[in-house]
Design a protein. Sequence first.
Length: 248
Amino acid sequence: MPKKMPRPGAVALVTGASSGIGAKTVKALAEIGCRVICAGRSAKRLSPIAKPLGNKGLVFEVDINDEANVAGMIERLPKPWRDIDILVNNAGHDTGGRRRFDEGTAEQWASIIETNVIGLIRITRAVIPGMIARDRGHVVNIGSISGYKPYATGTIYAASKFAVHGFSESLRLDYRNTGVRVTEILPGMVRTGFAMSRWGDGKRAKKFYEDFGTCLNPEDVAATIAFAVQQPPHVVISQLVVVPNSQT
Ligand SMILES: NC(=O)c1ccc[n+]([C@@H]2O[C@H](COP(=O)([O-])OP(=O)(O)OC[C@H]3O[C@@H](n4cnc5c(N)ncnc54)[C@H](OP(=O)(O)O)[C@@H]3O)[C@@H](O)[C@H]2O)c1
C-alpha cells in the first residue's frame, strides 16, 4: 500500500498567502489535512485567510526580500510549526510590467527579480536543511507559462519565471533519490489580485481580465498543488502546466 501523502498534520508553509492563488492554496492544503503557515508581509492581510483554519492555521509575517528576516525565520516559528513538510513558493508580482522593456524603470525590474527569483531561492535555502535532515519534504514552486513561452511586454516577468523553471528542475535533480521532492506548477492566466498589483489600478485590472476571456480561478491552481503533494513518495509531478481553455 503506498504511503498516504501528505502525512496527517503535515506542516505546509505558503508564501504570498494573503491573496489569490496563495490564499486558495491555504484552504486546499488544510482540506487535505495539513497545518498551514500563512506567510506574507502583513499580518493584517493574512489573518482572514488563517482564521477559518483555527489552530490548524498560523499567521506568519516574513518578508522574502529581506535576507536577515528570512535567515532567522525557522527559529521565530513556534516549535510545533518548525518541521516544514511542504513549502509552496507562491509570492510573486509583476509591478510595472506589461510594457516595453525601455519604458519600465530599473527599480521595477529589479524588484520583480528580487521577489520572484531571489526571494524564492532565499526562503527555499532557509527551509530545505530541515527537509534534508528529516529526509522528508516537498518544495512546490509557482512558475508560469511565461517561464517557457514569453510574450512581448513581459521581458522581466518572463526572465523571472524562466529562472524559476531552471531552478526548480535543477533543485529536483539535487535531491533525486531522497525524500525531498520538487514540483513546478506553471499556470496560464488566473484571475487574482495580480493585475491590480501590477498597475495599482482596479478598473484597468478588471478590464484586463474581461478582455482576456476565460481565466482560471485561483482554486483551480490550488487544486493542482494539492494533487502534486498527495502523490505517493516515489512519484514526482516535476512540472504541471495548467491553462484556461481560452489560452493560446
Ligand atoms: N495571476 C496569474 O495569471 C498568474 C499566472 C501564472 C503564475 N502566477 C504566479 O502566481 C503567484 C501568485 O500570484 P497571484 O496571481 O495569486 O497574485 P496576487 O493575488 O497578487 O498574490 C500575490 C501574493 O504575493 C505576495 N507578494 C506580492 N508582491 C510581493 C513582494 N514585492 N514581495 C513579497 N511578496 C509579494 C503578496 O503577499 P503580501 O503582499 O501580502 O506579502 C500576495 O499574497 C505569483 O508567483 C505569480 O507570478 C500568476
